[in-house]
Design a protein around this ligand. Structure first.
Ligand code: SF4
Length: 249
């Protein structure tokens, strides 16, 4: 197949090895450049613009992956928003031809791209961000969302049976427990069974007015409810969280 031009997929960085971004697989992560959202909690600000300060050519990425054939099992496309890249599907095809499994981390705004990738069996795992209840999307991400298109993606993932996970980053100043339960209801209505809640990481957030999260950021009762509603519920907290929160998880 023709090699895709590096201009068709802009790579802002790579993580050589991860054991957490592609469940069950040793993988490398490719961070694509550019995003259509501006989430207030985003800590990838260097990946948001259209140009990277330190881009990698696609050829160098492929050389790196070739050197690791037989060692790593998967390649994760993250960002930024990978589905903005015109060369994403070609890049996935190339990675699959090298014998790797592929994963996508997406904000969920591009169901057509994901659908095509699944038709070609290019993706083995998909993580989808669920940023906020739909009426709060603008406030949290600086972008309106098309609920119908977002829902179509959930239907595609559930119908095809591809391994997937929905994820919400929580800052109590942006989302309440009731917001989270509203989002959980929406996911359950669509038969999504894997949901991860992750704590806001302080330090590099796009919105510098967001304070660090020191007090309880989720009620234990909310965690119990979430656990009972999703067969695959994950709480990604950190060492500063109270024992009660960790036990509830
Ligand atoms: S957190 Fe939001 S703004 Fe940041 S890369 Fe992800 S979708 Fe884009």
């Amino acid at each position: 197949m023709n090699k895709i031009g590096s201009e068709k997929i802009l790579v802002g960085g790579m993580q050589p090895l991860t054991m957490i971004d592609f469940p069950g697989r040793l993988a490398s992560v490719i961070f694509t450049q550019g995003c259509n959202l501006r989430c207030r909690f985003c800590y990838n600000r260097s990946l948001l613009g259209e140009k990277s300060a330190d881009p990698l050519t696609w050829e160098s990425v492929i050389d790196f992956l070739r050197d690791r054939q037989g060692f790593i099992e998967g390649v994760v496309f993250s960002g930024g928003e990978p589905c903005l890249q015109p060369g994403l599907l070609d890049a996935l095809r190339e990675v699959r031809e090298l014998g790797f499994e592929a994963a996508l981390h997406t904000n969920g705004f591009f169901p057509d791209t994901v659908e095509q990738a699944l038709k070609e069996r290019l993706l083995q795992f998909i993580a989808v961000d669920f940023k906020a209840p739909f009426d709060k999307y603008q406030a949290v991400t600086r972008q309106q969302i098309d609920e119908k298109a977002y829902g179509r993606l959930a239907d595609i993932l559930v119908t095809t049976g591809v391994k997937h996970e929905y994820r919400t980053t929580v800052h109590p100043g942006l989302l309440s427990d009731s917001d989270i339960m509203q989002m959980a209801d929406w996911l359950c209505d669509r038969n999504v069974s894997n949901y991860a809640i992750q704590k806001f990481k302080y330090g590099e957030a796009l919105d510098p007015s967001l304070p660090p999260v020191k007090s309880a950021w989720l009620q234990p009762a909310t965690i119990f409810k979430l656990r009972s509603r999703f067969t695959g519920f994950i709480l990604r907290s950190d060492d500063s969280d109270a024992d009660s929160l960790k036990k509830a998880a």
